[in-house]
Design a protein around this ligand. Structure first.
Ligand SMILES: [Zn+2]
Length: 67
């Protein structure tokens, strides 16, 4: 299976390559699903961007119930 090297790193494990996710279609052919699998942690991502882009950290609530 083809491995794609990138300048990016997996946000989960730091791996620098990924593979296209291949799945069997209804006619039995193996086709890419359009998703990506990290070669390190094996997590599947919908886009390459989602693979390398750090998770959003929860923002602090600007309004509180105090006061
Ligand atoms: Zn990974």
């Amino acid at each position: 299976m083809a491995t794609f090297k990138t300048i990016y790193k997996c946000r989960e494990c730091g791996a620098t390559s990924y593979q296209r996710v291949i799945d069997r279609a209804q006619n039995g052919a193996l086709l890419p699903t359009g998703q990506y699998r990290c070669t390190g942690c094996r997590n599947v991502f919908a886009t390459v961007r989602a693979w390398w882009q750090p998770r959003r950290t929860p923002e602090l609530q600007s309004h509180s119930t105090f006061g």
